[in-house]
Structures are given as structure tokens and as C-alpha cells.
Design a protein around this ligand. Structure first.
Ligand SMILES: NC(=O)C1=CN([C@@H]2O[C@H](COP(=O)(O)OP(=O)(O)OC[C@H]3O[C@@H](n4cnc5c(N)ncnc54)[C@H](OP(=O)(O)O)[C@@H]3O)[C@@H](O)[C@H]2O)C=CC1
Ligand SMILES: O=C1OC[C@@H](O)[C@H](O)[C@H]1O
Length: 392
């Protein structure tokens, strides 16, 4: 059988771009995907072509084109789709650059700095008939597909409440003031970086899976990192209106000061609890890359599952410093699941991802705008701007 090949360009050769490109290298057959293949054909650094070339060597794509500017990358006719992996402050400018040049885009989370920017990217993608997807990779995991099926199958009854947390004890020592995780110039803070995953679980279970989903309301509390003004502790209570079932509640929390998993052994219990009238589904592991589930029904049934993420057989495992990015030997990171989704969309002519529509991404950005408004957290005007092009 001939395979559908996707030619990737990487924009911004930083930490996550490296993880993503390593995952593209994993043979799709190891996850039962036999009809597509991924190849990295180009990468661009905003500072130098040699940085892009070093990156390409690291990710085992030494033959790919290395560019010293993003403009050159978007003009490369050999590239099918561009993975935008710069800080979220810059996603609007960089994704718009790609779309204007006629490229399909997978853009890292958070989609943009604010909802207006997301809205304009969606408008541009539609106008140009291009594929656009926010890289909320967790949505494409087999574990997430299972969780959504548990909800839609009715096995736990109508879901009344979902709790989800993603917190890491990184402050004050792990990030200097210029780090993208805290620097307001790079749209830093817990909410846009980590809180989006807690919101992902709340939305997957109370919005994506509903027949006629309505945007929720939110009340929230946000504590700033005194030094810089970005958020370090944010808690959100969302109310999802439902016609026949009554309101459901989602509680999404995030922090850069405390941990979802203080002993790194899971002793603290599930990071996500999806609670229905006849049972609950618990999800274990960091909310962005969970690996275990436990279904507990009111009738006493308990079903536990491990969701191994297959990688290159020779992979010896690795850990990349902060934020719980690790892989056990033989594991992949799991970013290839979202890459596969992009491949199938390009092959089949779809313009958005199946498990998070662009309109849902927009609703989530609107919620994060509202949480920032309630907490009085603003970013510098230049990164909130909708002007394009703008040299940030
Ligand atoms: N899905 C996931 O699991 C993860 C997603 N992310 C997301 O990916 C994005 C990037 O994060 P991460 O890879 O950790 O960031 P890094 O700082 O490691 O890399 C970002 C890259 O963007 C480029 N860049 C362009 N302009 C700037 C600028 N003004 N300041 C800093 N870098 C710039 C740089 O490459 P150059 O200038 O050479 O082009 C840099 O290498 C974020 O939006 C983050 O939310 C991050 C970690 C995990
Ligand atoms: O998206 C992410 O997921 C993993 C975290 O470690 C990282 O900080 C974040 O950007």
C-alpha cells in the first residue's frame, strides 16, 4: 500500500520543536498507523541558518533545508504544513505569516495571546482554505479518546462535575525572569501554559462530548507572581449550561508554585476526576500526558488501564529538565498522535482537527481572556495586538 507522506516544516527550533520532531521520526507502524508517514523537510530559526541546521541534525533530519528566517521557510514549496513552536506571545504573528503564504498550520498551545487573535487566524485559514489546528496534543491520545467514549457511552451517567489540575512547583527558583514560562513579554504565566490543559479536560468532558454544547461562564481567582505580574496560582469554576440535564461544573486549577504530584510517584491520586451520576473516571499522570485511568462505578466495578505510549524500540527514555517531560525506555512522547491527525486531515481535505474544533479553541481562548480580565492580568500591548505584520 502506498503511504500518504506529509512534509513538515518546523518554525522555531526550541525545546518542544525538538520533542515533536523526535516523535515524527518514530515509525507510525509502532502505533498501528500503516497508511501515512511524516518527514521533516525544513526548519527555520529566527537567528541563524546554522541553528536550524544543528536542530535538524539533532532530530535526525540532516538532509532537510535549514533556514535563517521564518520568511524563507514559509516560501518553501516543498513544505506541506508548518509546526509553529515559538512562545505563545508570537503565535499570532507566526501562524499568520504561514497562512498568508498559503501554508497549513499546526500551532502550539496556547493558540494565541488572546481570543481576538485566534478569531483572525481562523478567519484567514477559512479565507485561504487551509488547515489550521491548535496543537493540544493531549486530545489525540488513545487515552483521551477512551475518556470521551466513557462520557458519551453513558457508563458513568450524565457527568455533573469534572476536576482537573496541572501544577508544577517551579517558582521561584526554576525560572529566571526572562523565561517564557513567567515573562509577560512572552505571554508567560500558569494560565496560558499549563491551565489550558486543566481546561482541556473540563472541556473534553463537559463541552466536546455534549450534543449541543453551549459556552460556559467562569468565575475565577488569580494570584500574580509579585515580581513580574504574570499568574502563578489560578483557579477557575466553569458552569456549562445544558438544556435537559441541568448545569454541569468544571473546576480547573493550575499553579507554578505547588505540585499536582508532590512525590512524583502519583501518591496524591488522580489529576483529573470526571464525575457522573453512576460512577467516575479518574485520570493519572500530568494532565498534558496522562498514562493511567481508573473507572469506578457505583455498582462496585473498578477497571484500571495503562496507556503505554509506544516509541522507537531503541529509545532509552529521556527527561528534559522542567515540567515533567519524561519518557520511559521504549516510549515516545505522544505528540505523533496529533501529527497523525494533521496527516489524515491533509489527505482527506479536512480543514480542522476532529477532536477540538476551531470554534472550541476560540471558546477556550475567550474563557482565558475572561479569567485574565477578572484577575487584572494584562500583557504588553504589542503582544495583544492584532496588527500584522508586526516586529515583536
Ligand atoms: N505541547 C507541549 O507539550 C509543549 C508545548 N509548548 C509550547 O511550545 C511553545 C514553545 O515553547 P518551548 O519550546 O518550551 O520554548 P523555547 O524557548 O524552548 O523555544 C522557542 C523557540 O522560539 C523561537 N523564538 C522566536 N522568537 C522568540 C522570542 N522572542 N523569544 C524566545 N524564543 C523565540 C526560538 O527559536 P529561533 O529564534 O531560533 O527561531 C526558540 O528556540 C510555547 O507556546 C509552549 O506553550 C512548550 C512545551 C511543551
Ligand atoms: O505544554 C506544556 O506541557 C508540558 C509542560 O512541561 C510545559 O511547560 C508546557 O508548555
Amino acid at each position: 500500500m502506498s503511504k500518504f507522506q506529509v512534509k513538515w516544516g518546523i518554525l522555531g527550533p526550541g525545546g518542544i520543536a525538538q520533542t515533536f520532531a523526535r516523535d515524527l521520526w518514530v515509525d507510525p507502524c509502532t502505533r498501528g498507523v500503516n497508511d501515512i508517514e511524516h518527514v521533516v523537510v525544513a526548519a527555520a530559526s529566527s537567528s541563524s541558518a546554522s541553528r536550524a541546521a544543528d536542530f535538524l541534525k539533532e532530530v535526525r533530519a540532516p538532509e532537510a533545508k535549514a533556514y535563517g528566517s521564518y520568511k524563507e521557510l514559509v516560501a518553501d514549496p516543498n513544505v506541506d504544513i508548518i509546526y509553529v513552536a515559538t512562545p505563545h506571545s508570537h503565535h499570532y504573528q507566526h501562524a499568520m505569516l504561514c497562512l498568508e503564504a498559503g501554508k497549513n498550520v499546526l500551532c502550539e498551545k496556547a493558540f494565541t495571546t488572546n481570543a481576538k487573535q485566534t478569531e483572525l487566524l481562523i478567519k484567514k485559514a477559512k479565507e485561504k482554505n487551509l488547515f489550521l489546528m491548535e496543537a493540544v496534543w493531549t486530545r489525540y491520545f488513545p487515552l483521551s479518546i477512551y475518556a470521551r467514549e466513557i462520557v458519551t457511552s453513558g457508563r458513568i451517567g450524565p457527568v455533573q462535575r469534572t476536576f482537573a489540575d496541572l501544577s508544577f512547583p517551579d517558582l521561584p527558583e526554576n525560572f529566571d525572569d526572562s523565561h517564557r514560562m513567567v515573562n509577560p513579554d512572552l505571554a508567560g504565566g500558569a494560565l496560558l501554559d499549563l491551565g489550558i490543559y486543566a481546561l482541556t479536560w473540563v472541556f473534553q468532558t463537559l463541552y466536546t462530548t455534549q450534543k449541543d454544547p453551549q459556552p460556559p461562564t467562569v468565575v475565577s481567582s488569580l494570584r500574580k507572581y509579585e515580581k513580574l505580574g504574570s499568574d502563578q496560582l489560578t483557579s477557575m469554576l466553569l458552569t456549562f449550561p445544558r438544556k435537559d440535564l441541568g448545569d454541569a461544573h468544571g473546576i480547573a486549577t493550575t499553579s507554578l508554585r505547588i505540585s499536582s504530584d508532590p512525590d512524583s510517584k502519583g501518591t496524591a491520586g488522580p489529576s483529573i476526576r470526571i464525575q457522573g451520576e453512576t460512577g467516575e473516571l479518574q485520570i493519572f499522570g500530568p494532565a498534558f500526558r496522562p498514562t493511567n485511568t481508573r473507572l469506578i462505578l457505583n455498582n462496585g466495578t473498578v477497571e484500571t488501564k495503562n496507556w503505554f505510549i509506544p516509541g522507537a524500540p531503541e529509545s532509552t527514555g529521556w527527561k528534559n529538565g522542567f515540567g515533567g517531560n519524561w519518557q520511559a525506555p521504549g516510549e515516545g512522547q505522544g505528540m505523533f498522535y496529533e501529527a497523525d491527525e494533521c496527516a489524515y486531515a491533509l489527505r482527506d481535505g479536512r480543514k480542522e482537527g476532529r477532536f477540538e474544533s476551531l470554534s472550541e479553541s476560540l471558546v477556550i481562548m475567550q474563557i482565558m481572556d475572561e479569567v485574565r480580565r477578572q484577575g487584572g492580568m494584562t500583557y504588553p500591548e504589542k503582544i495583544e495586538s492584532i496588527e500584522f505584520p508586526l516586529d515583536l
